[in-house]
Design a protein around this ligand. Structure first.
Ligand SMILES: *Cc1c(COP(=O)(O)O)cnc(C)c1O
Length: 359
């Protein structure tokens, strides 16, 4: 008897593709993934090594991540019971989407994982378009949400890949409208450090959840994200969270970094913001390049006179990896995204961009 060895697999997964990251050749200037280009000083690397050296790896980690919780609470001013941690904020997105039987809704273009995670667990995802200038109109929500089974409205601000931040009053208004339709609102503040304005400081309603990550400010390799939410939501997510999702190494390293390295990371963030403004000006001066003002650590730019896929290739041949996002959404036609690098990296990028545009 012949049996398809994949007959046990869900049909919708058979031709699906996961989140795709290009594995760049050694020595490539990586400006594709919103990583902090600076890294940590040797002295910090050494104290990290020392801090994790004594961990008893035969034992399970602290399931409640108490030390981590205390430090994150101190840093954010949020009470410890309102926090939950994830292996990257992606894990929290997954658990939150698992918790709903309703529709996941987000204005697009936005972070592609919202759609990918929804699909992977067979939740309905409904995107609706931002305005052509990538701004967000909360008054569109009634027509988008009406008739949908209540689920999660996801808003990223600053948004990826546009770099646009929405005014807090629009975000609060969106959460208010969503609540009227039974939806909870997830505000993804992955780029908060580069913007400096958070919904956490405002009058936060009971249906507004705030997601943060340490990835973009300089600790992408640590895989640490957290959610600030009312206690009933935290308790719900605790049911879905796999036990010991935060390993001992991450917990110990994160506590040390939050206690002793946070001011350094904040300094690096400040420098990245300065470099972003400089890069933006110089990109604007290149004929055929149209950068979008950004509140994050990357810049979306439209190109005229060259196909984005062609420019992407030319840049890669010159040793620079950016992201071609032109096919991700109709509003992104003609665009690519570049992460802010060191001043040397940015200079290399600008030189290659000028050459690539000239053809
Ligand atoms: C990068 C990114 C994340 C994911 O961050 P991790 O904590 O590394 O999983 C979440 N949301 C947005 C908008 C992002 O750009």
């Amino acid at each position: 008897m012949r049996v398809d060895p994949m007959s046990w697999v869900r049909d919708d997964l058979k031709n699906a593709r996961g989140y795709h990251v290009l594995d760049a050749p050694e020595g490539t200037i990586k400006l594709d993934a919103m990583e902090n280009p600076f890294g940590l000083p040797d002295s910090v690397q050494a104290s990290l090594a020392e801090a994790v050296a004594s961990l008893p790896l035969n034992r399970y980690p602290d399931p409640q991540a108490k030390d981590l919780r205390r430090e994150a609470s101190r840093l954010t001013g949020v009470s410890p019971e309102k926090l939950i941690f994830g292996n990257g904020s992606d894990e929290i997105l997954l658990n939150l989407f698992l918790a709903t039987k309703g529709t996941i809704v987000a204005p697009e273009p936005t972070f592609s994982m919202y759609r990918i995670i929804s699909g992977s667990i067979q939740r309905t995802f409904k995107g609706f378009p931002l305005r052509a200038d990538f701004s967000f109109d909360p008054e569109m929500l009634p027509s988008v949400l009406s008739g949908e089974p209540p689920g999660v409205l996801v808003l990223a601000s600053p948004n990826n890949p546009t770099g646009v931040a929405y005014p807090l009053k629009n975000l609060f208004r969106a959460a208010e409208i969503a609540r009227d339709y039974g939806f909870v609102t997830l505000l993804d503040e992955a780029y908060y450090p580069f913007h400096g304005e958070s919904a956490l400081s405002g009058a936060q309603g009971e249906n507004l959840l705030v997601l943060r990550t340490f990835s973009k400010m300089g600790l992408a390799g640590l895989r640490l994200g957290f959610l600030v939410a009312p206690e009933p939501v935290i308790q719900l997510l605790d049911v879905l969270r796999l036990p010991y999702n935060m390993d001992s190494l991450t917990q110990r390293a994160a506590v040390l970094l939050m206690k002793e390295v946070y001011p350094l990371l904040e300094q690096q963030v400040k420098e990245i913001c300065r470099l972003r403004e400089d890069l933006f000006q110089k990109m604007q001066d290149i004929p055929g390049v149209f950068p979008v003002p950004s509140r994050a650590n990357f810049i979306l730019f439209r190109v005229k006179g060259v196909l984005p896929s062609r420019l992407f290739k030319v840049l890669l041949e010159k040793g620079i990896l950016v992201r071609d996002v032109s096919g991700h959404h109709p509003l992104l036609e003609g665009t690519l995204r570049v992460t802010v690098g060191t001043s040397e990296e940015n200079a290399c990028f600008l030189k290659a961009l000028k050459e690539g545009i000239a053809g």
